[in-house]
Design a protein around this ligand. Structure first.
Ligand code: FAD
Length: 483
């Protein structure tokens, strides 16, 4: 890392993005204070330990291990001394109602064979899609993963032009999936990915294909102890490097002096001044602290239920996807009507099968996730939470995962309203504003404030995008802006 003039940097929010930003800012030689509103760091990736169960209430699919390794290497450390990643095989089990269950193997060759077995036409299409993405992936490393795009002209660099040549940048994502695959199971599997970039499947979002590509090509991992081990490891590194981490420090206002931020005001009335500020909380939420109006539509969110259960299902895998026959209607409701999908497409995560330490013997920590709209004027998440939970339970029972109230040690629901209240996510959206109109789904909001010269942003609402590996990079990008 190049070390410049030491600055006094204040970082708001101790999620994975904020932690990454403070590590990189410290490596550049700055004095760094991290302010986290909650009693622990980690944000959406923070773990919960209750009634003998450990659970990850947010992310569960960990990809792009090399980006975590890079961060530790940049700090002159070995990741293995902080964090152990175990590869998962299968990467996911897929249960399509009325069809035999399939396991997505962690090997690309086996995956290609599996898709050919499901449908020979789709097998050929899948192979050529993977070959096409083989060309794109190194270009993404050289561009989107390397530095943020500050201006539109940067999109005209030769690597980005090649990306646009290899990807279909004219066709809506759903149309591309339908053209590539005829099997309903494969279509249903692929339809979900644009939402992770804040986009609908009707948008031009060829970049969304990179997520399954990277899962298959580079693997899916379980961090020993759970995903929460990631922020724990980052916090340890940050403290070793000399970051001043302040918990229970809720920012309520950014105070200005001319076109600079001069200090942040906390909920207890105190202020902390600095020369540079990085906001690792949602960029749109931060606008309120600046007294600005925000009218952007939110992107997508999740409705989740956790159970600690005195019951286990041996056939469940670490990741299991439950796809109902009428999945088309579910996606139509999600993407086009911005309604809770009916029927829901349920993603289940059960880490107790992989790691015995996370649940009492014979019990399971089961996590059901349904991609949903964020807070929309026509939706009442608080009033309907129990009804939606029951609809998820009913669907799960149809797939053989049934349990009674007596089996439940604890139950915990998270709605988009919860994500707004607990994490400051703008209207409960997990992927920033609705990005459906943005280029290839790869150009989220910029990471610097256009009006205030010393305010930068990191996290899921800005470049390079949401998801753990992206927000890890976003912290590096934001720290790199400090001169
Ligand atoms: C249910 C669910 C499933 C997911 N699944 C996956 C997955 O499988 N794989 C994947 O890679 N990603 C997944 N994600 C997305 C991933 O969790 C996020 O992209 C990532 O954790 C966001 O990190 P962040 O640091 O940007 O934001 P956050 O984790 O939200 O961190 C922001 C931090 O800012 C703090 N903060 C907010 N307001 C203030 C304030 N006023 N003052 C001080 N601090 C404040 C918050 O308390 C929080 O700690 C999932 C998310 C959810 C919720």
């Amino acid at each position: 890392m190049t070390r410049g003039i030491p600055r006094d940097v204040v970082i708001i929010g101790g999620g994975v993005a904020g932690l990454s930003a403070c590590i990189y800012a410290r490596l550049a030689g700055h004095n760094v204070i991290l302010l986290e509103a909650l009693p622990a760091v980690g944000g959406k990736a923070a773990g919960i330990d209750t009634a003998g169960y450990k659970l990850d209430p947010g992310p569960s699919i960990v990809i792009l291990k090399r980006l975590y390794e890079r961060l530790f290497l940049d700090a002159g450390r070995r990741m293995e001394d902080y964090l152990q990643f175990r590869p998962l095989n299968p990467i996911s089990r897929v249960c399509f109602e009325g069809m035999p269950t399939v396991d997505l193997p962690s090997s690309r060759v086996e995956c290609e064979r599996l898709v050919s077995d499901i449908d020979p036409h789709d097998g050929r299409s899948f192979k050529s899609l993977m070959l096409q993405l083989d060309r794109v992936a190194p270009l993404i490393d050289k561009t989107i993963f390397k530095r943020p795009f500050d201006a539109a002209y940067q999109l005209l660099n030769p690597s980005m032009i090649q990306v646009a040549r290899y990807l279909d940048v004219r066709t809506g994502y759903r149309q591309s999936v339908d053209r590539t695959f005829q099997s309903p199971m494969l279509r249903a599997f692929f339809y979900g990915f644009p939402s992770y970039g804040g986009q609908s499947y009707d948008s031009v979002a060829p970049g969304a294909f990179l997520i399954p590509y990277l899962m298959i090509q580079e693997g899916v991992y379980y961090p020993e102890g759970g995903v929460a081990a990631i922020p724990v490891a980052l916090k340890r590194l940050a403290i070793e490097l000399g970051v001043d981490i302040r918990l229970n420090a809720k920012v309520v206002q950014l105070e200005l002096s001319g076109n600079q931020v001069s200090s942040v005001r906390l909920s207890d009335g105190s202020t902390i001044s600095g020369s540079h500020f990085i906001c690792g909380a949602d960029r749109l939420t931060c606008q309120k602290w600046l007294g600005r109006e925000v009218s952007a539509a939110p992107s997508f969110s999740y409705f989740t239920v956790h159970w600690g259960l005195k019951k286990r299902w041996e056939w469940l895998r670490h990741h299991t996807l439950l796809i109902p026959k009428e999945f088309e209607n579910g996606f139509e409701m999600l993407y086009r009507k911005k309604e809770f999908p009916d029927p829901p497409i349920i993603y289940l995560n059960e880490t107790s099968g992989t790691d015995e330490s996370v649940a009492p013997a014979g019990c399971s920590n089961l996590f059901a996730v349904v991609t949903s709209p964020a807070e929309e004027p026509h939706l009442d998440w608080v009033g309907t939470a129990d009804i939606l939970k029951e609809s998820i339970k009913q669907r799960m029972a149809g797939f053989g995962i049934d349990f009674t109230d007596q089996d439940i040690d604890f139950e915990r629901i998270q709605t988009p309203t919860y994500f707004r209240q607990a994490h400051g996510s703008y209207r409960g959206s997990l992927y920033g504003p609705d990005e459906s109109q943005r280029l290839f789904g790869m150009m989220p909001l910029r990471n610097y404030d256009e009006k205030l010269g010393n305010l930068f942003y990191c996290g899921g609402s800005v470049q390079p995008g949401a998801g753990l590996p992206m927000v890890l990079l976003s912290g590096k990008f934001a720290a790199g802006k400090i001169r």
